[in-house]
Design a protein around this ligand. Structure first.
Ligand code: DGL
Length: 283
């Protein structure tokens, strides 16, 4: 049995890399739904169906706990799958299984508060507002999940999402860094113009963007703190496994990489990010 990691493509590798560092002896199966990537411009039902199919494939391959290393799938599909599908999948596979997302850990990291915390509303004046910018896909921006969930917990944080349509797709296609830099710079500038200044914190709210985190860091001023999802997710998963020791996660350090798309070596950009060439097998 293993920990499953799911994304529409190579973006989830950013989370996967951190998880394999944090749990080196566990077995991992990574599934990239590259045949259907990118997810960010798709409709809700489509994202739910594709995420369910990807998770089913990972359960069949031996995953017990699946991390949706994809903001789009976490924002749009996770709650539906947890409520309506996971119990049935558990009965069918005859072992404890679950699907977890990456938005809860990110919001915990952005607010410094546990997910279960809901602020009491005060009528006093808020002295200072901290601005958080979220760079994400169109589907994640439209869900307004970061705005809604952060606002429930911290009245002193204002959230602005900047949809970056096309950026995940370009990374997936292995576009050169110079081309990606222009797109990243444009979005950082668009957000600055909308807010009237640069954000105090920035969430890279699409796992693909971690691959170009250095471009975001260069485009943002040094005073902007960047929240990195891979660390936030690994921290949260560590706490989750302590509370739930009942999952069989394997112990032989196995690493399997599957794609619904074209198997074989991934782009130079991904190899550079990963630290060595990476080859996907057919799902
Ligand atoms: N990397 C994923 C995310 O975090 C999906 C990007 C896409 O497929 O559009 O949203």
């Amino acid at each position: 049995m293993a920990i499953g990691v799911f994304d529409s493509g190579v973006g989830g590798l950013t989370v996967h890399r951190e998880l394999t560092r944090r749990f080196p002896r566990r077995d991992f199966i990574y599934l990239a739904d590259q045949a259907n990537a990118p997810y960010g411009g798709r409709g809700g039902e489509d994202i739910v169906d594709l995420t369910r199919a990807g998770c089913e494939r990972l359960f069949e391959a031996g995953a017990s706990v699946i991390v949706l290393a994809c903001n789009t799938a976490s924002a749009i599909a996770l709650r539906r799958l947890q409520q309506t599908w996971v119990p049935e999948a558990q009965a069918r596979h005859g072992r404890p299984v679950n699907v977890l997302g990456i938005i809860v850990p990110t919001i915990e990291a952005a607010t410094g508060l546990p997910w279960t915390f809901e602020a009491e509303r005060h009528s006093e004046k808020i002295e200072a507002i901290d601005v958080t910018g979220v760079f994400c896909t169109a589907a994640t921006a439209m869900s307004r999940v970061y705005e809604i969930e952060i606002d429930k917990r911290r009245e002193d944080l204002a959230v602005f999402s900047e949809p970056c349509p096309g950026l995940a797709g370009l990374i997936e296609l292995g576009a050169p860094a110079e081309e990606l830099k222009v797109v990243v710079d444009d979005h950082v500038d668009a957000l600055r113009r909308r807010i009237g200044r640069h954000p105090d914190k920035a969430i890279l709210g699409c796992t693909h963007y971690e691959i170009v985190a250095d471009l975001f860091a260069a485009a943002l001023p040094p005073g902007t703190t960047v929240i990195h999802q891979p660390t936030a997710v690994a921290d949260a998963l560590e706490r989750y496994f302590l509370r739930h020791p009942d999952y069989d996660l394997g112990s032989s350090g196995g690493r399997e990489f599957l794609t619904t798309g074209k198997p074989g070596p991934q782009s130079d950009l991904v190899a550079q990010f990963w630290g060595e060439p990476l080859t996907f097998n057919p799902a």
